[in-house]
Write a protein that binds this ligand. Structure first.
Ligand SMILES: [Zn+2]
Length: 125
């Protein structure tokens, strides 16, 4: 009876999905067909996600952001997708105090920075 060796050698790893032993360099497991989670692809995925978030921000209209931020400061944050900041802003009543000065500048610069970052990465928006 053939004995199965279940220890991966130096150039083998366990599949992140089905647990079969596969080659370290294998991108896709030949047993289950699942793409392996590797540091490199994780990094690439992370930057893709970041670009996507920046693009969402960059395509916002600065003028609308400023107007919303002045009228109702939490709305300015919601417009640029910063729900957390919007809630904090609302709960702290910051919008009644300095929010009207700070938030338009903040939302405006978030959009500007997103566009700058995308330019630096050579990505479109
Ligand atoms: Zn597998």
């Amino acid at each position: 009876m053939e004995e199965k060796v279940m220890d991966p050698s130096s150039d083998e790893v366990y599949c992140s999905s089905c647990g079969n032993i596969i080659k370290k360099e294998a991108e896709i497991c030949p047993h289950c067909g699942v793409r392996q989670i590797q540091n490199e692809s994780q990094k690439a995925y992370g930057s893709d996600l970041r670009i996507y978030e920046l693009q969402k921000l960059a395509e916002k209209d600065k003028t609308i952001a400023i107007i919303l931020s002045i009228l109702i400061t939490p709305l300015g944050y919601i417009y640029v997708g910063k729900w957390g900041l919007a809630i904090i802003n609302f709960l702290t009543f910051n919008y009644l105090l300095f929010g009207i000065v700070i938030v338009p500048i903040h939302t405006y610069s978030m959009i500007s920075n997103a566009r700058k970052d995308l330019d630096a990465m050579g990505a479109d928006y």
